[in-house]
Design a protein around this ligand. Structure first.
Ligand code: IMP
Length: 461
């Protein structure tokens, strides 16, 4: 039995972090510390309470956030989670790729449920996901055979490829029919040839695409603006700005498990570039960390549990993708992953989610390092062939009982001290290993089912 006696650890870490941050700009960046699906939606929704601006800076509708408010479940793909909070500005930054048809559907869906979307602002620099991107996403995946990434099929990779190849369509083009028409006159024959090369017989109808997409442009025009300037002026006026990351650090195109990654930079540094503001605007960085690990799609996953425990976690945690409905692979928390993630993001706080899902297990494991050829590995390997040969080494901690009903209510009312002792040990162990305090703890699906240990909070404005 392991006991971690780390008195006042949270207190001490919080104080150090707070002293260092006193003069920072009033912004907060929230990113996933694992392979996505860490529960960022719920955390951002909560933290957005005192923000005036919530900004998405990368990814597209490959993301999926579920937020439960009362008995109502909201599933968002394109829109920042802050859209569910009245009176906030929700911003889709220049680093995002947008499927305009999907975005409009999402807007209509929210409006029909009484959620106002008039405060949405979309960057004129954001790139548009076109129909051929979606076709090519599927075709290119199929051709990869043994090395499929398992993409969400939403056209994300091809849209970012066109951006990098400088043949993308931006929102400022979408809202100008003439410009769009000129671009399509080159792009459609080009993409048609590419589809033919890939033996895809789909015919692209240029006129139809122009009609459909210029309608989208008209519909979205009122929301499209220079969002970098907007956020910059909000920061200058000391408004509270929350940058909301999508996916997770291990899916980052540069730093993740390449090629089993998404096509954008998911790390906190990109909150600046993907929103059009300076790096000094990023502020505090919270890493959202599920109390265990999941990943969807292909790619290495050292602590994956292909047994009954993995299935039990998946079932209890409802681990099915919001975007594709695919079941997520589950495993124990991997500190090699989260420490690597911290080295890239510089977390000032951890938002630990879904700790309730681990309730009812006798023993809970945490991977502290890997072992390769008899040697200890603490840094996440770059080469996936090396990673595949690594064996996770675990620390076994005692589990805790299920947290529900009256017990949960009591914890929510009384806070940290009311948590089961073994859960406290789990949290403290993670904090000590990461040298980062757990600032927010998610204990259930609902909006209010979390504990907030932050000492430094935004002032509501
Ligand atoms: P893409 O982003 O659709 O190109 O997919 C690339 C990889 O990232 C695949 O393994 C996807 O399953 C994964 N992925 C993309 N978006 C998310 C997400 O929001 N959560 C978890 N995994 C994601």
């Amino acid at each position: 039995m392991i006991r971690y006696n780390i008195p006042d650890l949270i207190q001490c870490l919080n104080t150090e972090v707070e002293d260092a941050l006193i003069d920072r700009m009033p912004s907060l960046t929230v990113v996933g510390s694992q392979w996505g699906d860490e529960g960022k939606g719920k955390i951002v929704d909560y933290l957005a309470e005192d923000a005036q601006f919530v900004v998405r800076f990368q990814g597209g509708n490959n993301a999926g956030h579920s937020v439960k408010i009362g008995e109502e479940l909201f599933k968002l793909h394109h829109l920042p989670s802050g859209i569910l909070r009245r009176g906030k500005f929700s911003v889709i930054g220049n680093g995002v790729v947008i499927d305009p048809g999907v975005l409009i559907q999402e807007l209509d869906g929210l409006e029909s449920r009484g959620v106002s979307t008039k405060n949405l602002r979309i960057s004129e620099r954001a790139h548009v996901i076109m129909p051929y991107h979606k076709l090519l996403d599927g075709t290119e995946e199929r051709l990869k055979r043994g090395s499929r990434v398992g993409t969400t099929g939403r056209g994300i990779g091809p849209a970012y490829s066109d951006k990098a190849s400088r043949i993308g369509v931006r929102m400022c083009d979408l809202v100008e029919e003439e410009v769009l028409s000129e671009k399509l006159a080159f792009l459609i024959p080009h993409k048609q040839r590419l589809l033919e090369f890939y033996d895809d017989s789909t015919r692209l109808d240029e006129n139809k695409i122009l009609r459909e997409y210029s309608e989208y442009g008209k519909r979205l025009r009122a929301h499209v603006t220079d969002t970098g300037a907007l956020i910059g002026s909000a920061l200058a006026k000391n408004k509270n700005v929350l940058f909301e990351g999508a996916q997770g650090t291990m899916l980052d195109i540069d730093h993740g498990t390449y090629p089993y990654v998404t096509s954008s930079l998911t790390v906190a540094a990109n909150a600046a570039s993907g929103s059009g503001v300076p790096p000094s605007a990023i502020g505090d960085v919270y890493g959202v960390m599920k109390a265990y690990t999941t990943r969807v799609g292909e790619g290495p996953f050292p602590t994956e549990l292909c047994d009954d425990i993995g299935s039990k976690i998946a079932e209890k945690g409802g681990e099915f993708g919001t975007t594709t409905g695919r079941s997520r692979r589950c495993g124990w928390l991997d500190l090699v992953v989260t420490k690597y993630s911290h080295s890239l993001n510089g977390f000032t706080g951890i938002a630990m989610t879904k700790i309730d899902v681990l309730g009812g297990f006798d023993k809970i494991k945490i991977c502290t390092h890997y072992r390769l050829d008899g040697k200890k590995v603490t840094r996440f390997p770059t080469d996936l062939r090396v990673l595949q040969r690594c064996e996770p080494v675990y620390k076994t901690l005692r589990g805790w009982e299920e947290i529900e009903g009256k017990r949960l209510e009591n914890i929510l009312a009384k806070g940290f001290r009311a948590l089961p002792g073994t859960m406290k040990e789990y949290i403290r162990f993670v904090e000590k290993e990461m040298s980062v305090p757990v600032s927010v703890l998610g204990l259930g699906r609902r909006r209010n089912e979390l504990l907030d240990f932050r000492k430094k909070k935004w002032k509501a404005k």
